[in-house]
Ligand binder design. Sequence first.
Ligand code: SF4
Length: 242
Amino acid sequence: MTVAGTGTANGDVVVPDELANNVFITNIAKLLDPAYNWARRNSVWPLVFGLACCAIEMICTASSRWDLARFGMEVFRATPRQADLMIISGTVTKKMVPTIVRLYNQMPEPRYVLSMGACASGGGPFKEGYNVVDGIDKFLPVDVYVPGCPPTPQALINGLIALQEKIDQQSIATAPWYRKDDPTAGLYPVPVLGPDLVDVRQLGIIRREAAKHPVESPVAASEATPEQPADVAGAPKSVNPQ
Ligand code: SF4
């Protein structure tokens, strides 16, 4: 639509000077994204979920002194079905990763991950420990990293504001959670906990590497050993030297 007049040109629309402060000209695409993002950025509900000492700082952030309600984020949900944000607050052990990924997959889109503290982002002081994952981003897509050991409530709030700024940049036209071409898009495979953690996405590589180093089967090895006397074939007996 073109408005006749001698006022300011706004694209192909000329707005008369007397209306310039009263008329708001836009199109549906420009109006939709700010409204869509405004609603989401101010109602990010985190999952009730803490892993270690960083969780104490997260709990403090939700208390009255810091007041997450100012950002619309105070509604910590006890079910992943109602949560938008997973705050990874603490040391991620190999035993916990399958559960974390399963919870993430149960959250509805759009969903976000905030990695809080050195442990969640890279293993922290326990990096390369036998039971610790050196970064949750090996398994989940992280949107915001908050450094520190532990990060203060101010740092966590700064990370949450960074998440809001990221949400502001998203567009309903290109949001990945509306794509229909791949129904499994956005789902992350749950790792398998065995003697170590196995990322099922790496199975092809693991099989190829295992084939290069064949190990003798324990069954075949036991068949090759001489037959044991019947009285020692069962469970080992404890020997008391006294
Ligand atoms: S980053 Fe520091 S405070 Fe946070 S869980 Fe690890 S050791 Fe604890």
